[in-house]
Design a protein around this ligand. Structure first.
Ligand code: ZN
Ligand code: ZN
Ligand code: ZN
Length: 154
């Protein structure tokens, strides 16, 4: 299969995963699986959260597709698995490292995108309860959380 097609599969999978993550966050994590997401919205000192189970759950289809892709020599499965894995890494970097600073690196990283994701996710965390939260996305930041052009001129 040609390399451009493989890159396309990975790219589509990546953006589709942002949709899956957004949907899961809004309707599952803040829905019937709130019991696993709850500790992420409450103040905590422990490094690990029950919420981390979601990362584990998302890793399963990725590993499975990756494995099946190799076992059956199926490029589609393999590259979808790769796309999910790359999304997982991006999610971890954005949500756990850049926003929540669970790992003490990139703390002083500062650019318009980083400011926008921090702002958007902080608004999500303003709510300590299951209901009423907004901004459920992770890697893609809606326009309204980006600074207005004028403020960057100051
Ligand atoms: Zn949440
Ligand atoms: Zn947390
Ligand atoms: Zn968070």
């Amino acid at each position: 299969m040609n390399i451009l097609l493989n890159i396309l599969i990975v790219t589509i999978t990546f953006f589709f995963m942002e949709f899956v993550a957004w949907f899961t966050h809004k309707y599952v994590m803040h829905g019937f699986m709130w019991f696993l997401h709850r500790d992420h919205h409450e103040p905590h000192d422990s490094f690990l959260e029950k919420n981390d189970w979601f990362a584990f759950m998302f890793a399963i289809p990725s590993a499975l597709l990756w494995y099946l892709g190799v076992a059956h020599d199926n490029d589609l499965m393999f590259y979808i698995g790769i796309g999910i894995a790359i999304y997982g890494v991006a999610y971890f970097l954005v949500h756990d490292v850049i926003v929540h600073q669970r790992v003490k690196i990139l703390r002083n990283w500062n650019n318009p995108y980083v400011r926008a994701i921090r702002r958007a996710h902080k608004i999500h965390h303003k709510k300590l309860a299951k209901e009423g939260a907004e901004s459920f996305g992770f890697v893609i930041v809606p326009k309204k959380y980006w600074e207005k052009k004028t403020s960057s001129l100051l």
